[in-house]
Design a binder for this molecule. Sequence first.
Ligand SMILES: Nc1ncnc2c1ncn2[C@@H]1O[C@H](COP(=O)(O)OP(=O)(O)OP(=O)(O)O)[C@@H](O)[C@H]1O
Ligand SMILES: [Mg+2]
Length: 359
Amino acid sequence: MSIPVVTVGQAREDVVGGLERLHGPVTVVRRCTELTELLAACQSGLARAAVVADGCEGLTASLVDRLGAVGVAIIALTDDADEAARLRGIGVASALTGVESAALAGRIAEAVAQLTGTARDATFGSGLGETSAALRQRPADHADVPPASGAGKIIAVWGPAGSPGRTFVAANIAGELAADGKSVLLVDADSYGASIAAVLGLLDESAGIAQACRLADQGLLDADALLKVATPVTTKLGTFRVLTGITRADRWTELRAAALSLVLERAKEIADVVVVDTGFCLEADEELSFDTMAPRRNAATLRTLELADTVYAVGPPIRWGSRLVRGLAELELAVPQVSPVVVMNKVRAAAVGRSRNAS
Ligand SMILES: Nc1ncnc2c1ncn2[C@@H]1O[C@H](COP(=O)(O)OP(=O)(O)OP(=O)(O)O)[C@@H](O)[C@H]1O
Ligand SMILES: [Mg+2]
């Protein structure tokens, strides 16, 4: 069966025209003038592949994810090796601008086969983080953080509504692990009430997580870039790094799942342990909306829980009420593969008896 393809990039008539003349493995079903038109065409179910013959710099991880969500593979044409590497980082295959039409058709078929074998999620939004130029001005002295092994683990700290102490527990885990000599990155991914910066007394208005997501979205987040947006925090016993959270609740659209996945992947390279403070809400918000492409407020929490090696579920002691019990049931429904470790927080001294360290 011939693969239906949409294209963008009128400047490359030679390539697009060449594909049309093949009359076989691929069929050009629409020529678009810009990426937004291409996205709309793909979302209407017209195509299985998109060829970005010109202007591939406009491709971001979120756009790739949106196209992947509707089953469209992307092939971009570029002669720039750095740009090809960036594209590879966000899941886009590339070919040289002088590629033969038959070879390009082969690349398209490969990319489509690869996408079919890879389940991808839908995630999006129009994030607007700070410019990466602003980041470079900040002095980054991370010398006190021990080097990482390059294969870090993710600990997600979740808990139901009602301020059970997620942030408190996450910050303490980070501090204790740093004191233990581990290389630690604490990430504030709470899309409702980010508070790690406030809890740690950081005068940080820059939302490290939003900056990291923006760079990831653009395919520019390597380990060095992540180190630049992370803030070192020194305690009496050790130093760890922090990706501060969004500074206003209405900036939640900047925490998109596709970008956050890339951030957490990079984070594992720069830290032995990545501790993530999540939001409480587990509702799959796309079910509440007719627009499945709309940004999802709970995507950051859900994606973190999916990617975590260990999930701590923080709540008040169960006899205080059933919020944690209900929360655990919701967690099981939302992310069935997770086996949470329950942390009962805010336990009154009297409730644990005189010898609280006994067991
Ligand atoms: N074990 C504890 N002992 C004493 N105080 C605690 C403990 N855990 C949390 N707290 C306090 O409870 C309050 C809420 O804690 P925290 O901000 O960590 O909760 P949260 O679950 O992150 O809430 P939010 O929904 O606002 O994100 C804070 O004032 C915190 O200092
Ligand atoms: Mg919190």
